[in-house]
Design a protein around this ligand. Structure first.
Ligand code: PEP
Length: 257
């Protein structure tokens, strides 16, 4: 775990116009010291329309906040009205892009093949995918959550080589915990995340598996982050609702204090 730098990523979802995005990003940047930002990588994932504004704010300061997008097209360009491509995000300096978030899988019918194509599109353009996997309540109640999540991981990484796989960030987000106020217990999260790391070791190698960062997501708050981060395989969090509240998100990023 010490070799893996913790990562806190704020998924703003479809919230904040570009002026609100500027205000939140400024507050966040002023609230975290260089030391905190160097110890805990802090990233925001705003809506596409805010990315340029966020880029302008943080440009040129290497230690400052990172940013990325919430989705990308599997294609580089062409007749795909309304979509945004990897080259467009790379040009804006996006370091990360969420792929396969459960809201995209549910509302935009993204299947494993689409998620796999998007992971490859991100990697092709030097953007680290934050690959989201996670089971719904029925799967958990049937006791099949580990098999379900490792199968999602396999499908999403099909054809991805080891050198590239190391740059992927995996996020375990049980669907029943997203935006519901129900957090997985640290032990429940560790069970799946440990299994995902073991699966990475099978797909690639133990070394690769040790390098990949795996986050937990699902109703993360300042009051539950320390317990989650104490688990051996959990390297950070994908934070939805709480990332829109600067004070909360700052406390989450300072979980060590
Ligand atoms: C998310 O959107 O990835 C998420 C985890 O949301 P929340 O923190 O609001 O549950």
């Amino acid at each position: 775990k010490p070799a893996r730098r913790p990562l806190m990523a704020g998924n703003w979802k479809m919230n904040l116009n570009h002026l609100e995005a500027i205000a939140l990003t400024q507050k966040l940047a002023f609230s975290l010291t260089e030391k905190q930002l160097s110890e805990v990588e802090t990233v925001v994932l705003p809506p596409f329309t805010d990315i340029r504004s966020v880029q302008t704010l943080v440009a040129g300061d290497k230690l400052l906040l990172g940013y990325g997008a919430q989705d990308l097209s599997p294609f580089d360009s062409g007749a795909y009205t309304g979509d945004i491509s990897g080259p467009m995000l790379a040009k804006l300096g996006c370091a990360y892009v969420a792929v396969g978030h459960s809201e995209r899988r549910a509302y935009h019918h993204e299947d494993d093949a689409t998620v796999n194509a998007k992971v490859k599109a991100a990697l092709k353009h030097g953007i680290a995918p934050i690959l989201c996997v996670g089971e719904g309540l029925e799967v958990r109640e049937a006791g099949e959550h580990v098999a379900y999540c490792t199968a999602q991981l396999d499908a999403a990484l099909k054809g991805v080589k080891a050198e590239q796989a190391e740059t992927v960030v995996v996020a375990y987000e049980p669907v029943w915990a997203i935006g519901t106020g129900k957090t997985a217990t640290p032990d429940d999260a560790q069970e799946v995340i440990g299994a995902l790391r073991a699966r990475l070791a099978e797909l690639y190698s133990g070394e690769t598996a040790e390098r990949v960062r795996i986050l937990y997501g699902g109703s993360v708050k300042s009051k539950n982050i320390a317990g989650i981060m104490a688990e051996p395989d959990i390297d950070g969090a994908l934070v939805g609702g709480a990332s829109l509240d600067v004070e909360e998100f700052v406390l989450i990023c300072r979980y060590k204090d």
